[in-house]
Write a protein that binds this ligand. Structure first.
Ligand SMILES: NC(=O)c1ccc[n+]([C@@H]2O[C@H](COP(=O)([O-])OP(=O)(O)OC[C@H]3O[C@@H](n4cnc5c(N)ncnc54)[C@H](O)[C@@H]3O)[C@@H](O)[C@H]2O)c1
Length: 249
């Protein structure tokens, strides 16, 4: 991520916060975090601030277009150029398969699908104005899940939203390919973020893994940075599954 400006949506916690720290360690020069939890987003900028990087945290609920676009513009004003957008914000509440309420559907759809869409559109408007570097004007990485590809007995609506994000990734990638913008997604299996540990499903997933363990968040983050970093100049519209053999695509 050397010399790049990165925006992480959902960067206040878990995988997103880790991606910020790893990008800073790799030499990113600007960091923006957009998250519903503004205080945690500010705190997650600690590594960037310690290195004196350009950085900004904006509190935003990404469920609506107007708020998402305003937040992105605020970040872009500070960073100037946005090389990489990572969409890590999502919710993953467990519900009984035949018992998902309208309210639960609407909330998961709004955060996981619409929020990802809004942030992609906002980023693309910015990236289209930027000069290409090695043919690339910008990169977007959406975090999906193995649940997009597998029957999920306890998380049917979450799985459906992640399948939708795989679809969005392909459609948007195709649309912006002529602009030199690369759009990919990364699908992890269970990884030990604080939220996932608290949700209590990691042991069950580790047992189902041929490798016999869940992923360390860093083992997922490396692939996200690969897809969103300068070594990726030709991959677009792909979903990279990093599941330790939990599923084989
Ligand atoms: N942890 C896992 O086991 C696992 C497995 C597969 C996929 N994933 C995916 O990885 C990503 C990160 O997961 P995590 O475990 O780090 O989650 P997390 O809950 O730790 O982090 C998600 C972040 O998104 C933010 N967020 C939630 N709703 C928002 C909203 N409406 N607007 C703006 N920000 C909002 C939260 O405040 C939080 O900072 C998610 O997309 C998740 O679906 C996680």
């Amino acid at each position: 991520m050397k010399d790049l400006n990165l925006v992480v949506v959902g960067g206040a916690a878990g995988l997103g916060a880790l991606l910020v720290d790893m990008a800073v360690a790799e030499g990113a020069v600007g960091i923006g975090i957009i998250d519903i939890d503004g205080a945690a987003a500010e705190a997650a900028l600690a590594s960037a601030k310690a290195k004196g990087l350009r950085c900004v945290a904006v509190a935003c609920d990404i469920r609506t277009a107007a708020a998402s676009h305003a937040a992105f513009r605020q970040v872009a004003e500070v960073l100037g150029r946005v090389d990489t957008l990572i969409n890590s914000a999502a919710i993953y509440p467990r519900r009984p398969t035949l018992g998902v309420t309208d309210e639960e559907w609407d909330l998961s759809n709004a955060v996981n699908i619409k929020g990802t869409y809004h942030m992609m559109v906002a980023a693309i408007e910015q990236m289209k104005t930027q000069e290409p570097v090695a043919h690339v004007r910008g990169r977007i990485v959406n975090i999906t899940s193995v649940d997009a590809f597998k029957a999920h007995p306890k998380n049917i609506h979450y799985a459906a939203t992640k399948a939708a994000v795989v679809s969005l990734t392909k459609s948007v990638a195709d649309y912006v390919a002529p602009d030199g913008i690369l759009v990919n997604s990364v699908a992890p299996a269970g990884m030990a973020t604080e939220k996932a540990r608290a949700s209590g499903f990691l042991d069950e997933l580790a047992k189902a893994s041929p490798l016999g363990r869940g992923a360390l968040p860093t083992e997922i983050a490396e692939w996200v940075l690969m897809a969103g970093g300068p070594k990726n100049t030709y991959m677009t519209g792909e979903n990279v599954i990093v599941s330790g053999g939990y599923i084989y695509a």
